[in-house]
Design a protein. Structure first.
Length: 143
């Protein structure tokens, strides 16, 4: 079309040729973007299994697998999310310290007042100051 580099737009399956001198080289298929999109740092998006390469210079280094985010995501304080068993490290400086396991959230979630959710069996602590009393009366009348 012009000397600026738009050569072919073959099909809806993907743009397979250079669109401009700005760096979009290949968009091979819907399976994944496998080539450089721009000079801004996206290098490889290998597969749907995970983003395994650097996405930007802003600090996302590795997202290893669906099992967990094991590397630093940003400089903003998310250090480790070890496994699906629980979030065991600090998520932010805003006060979420530990979420021990799927059995329950056993630590402070926020300064806003949710203190303990002990088990999946039920909410045994304060839901609100106005509803717990009614729930206790209903439980007492059934047993």
């Amino acid at each position: 079309m012009s000397k600026e580099g738009v050569k072919k737009l073959e099909s809806k399956e993907g743009l397979k040729k250079q669109i401009s001198k700005e760096g979009v080289k290949k968009l091979e298929s819907k399976e994944g973007l496998k080539k450089q999109i721009s000079k801004e740092g996206v290098k490889k998006l290998e597969s749907k299994e995970g983003l395994k390469k650097q996405i930007s210079k802003e600090g996302v280094k590795k997202l290893e697998s669906k099992e967990g985010l094991k590397k630093q995501i940003s400089k903003a304080g998310v250090k480790k999310l070890e496994s699906k068993e629980g979030l065991k490290k600090q998520i932010s400086k805003e006060g979420v310290k530990k979420l021990e396991s799927k059995e329950g959230l056993k630590k402070q979630i926020s300064k806003a007042g949710v203190k303990k959710l002990e088990s999946k069996g039920g909410l045994k602590k304060q839901i609100s100051k106005e509803e717990v009393k009614e729930l206790e009366l209903k439980a007492g009348s059934k047993s």
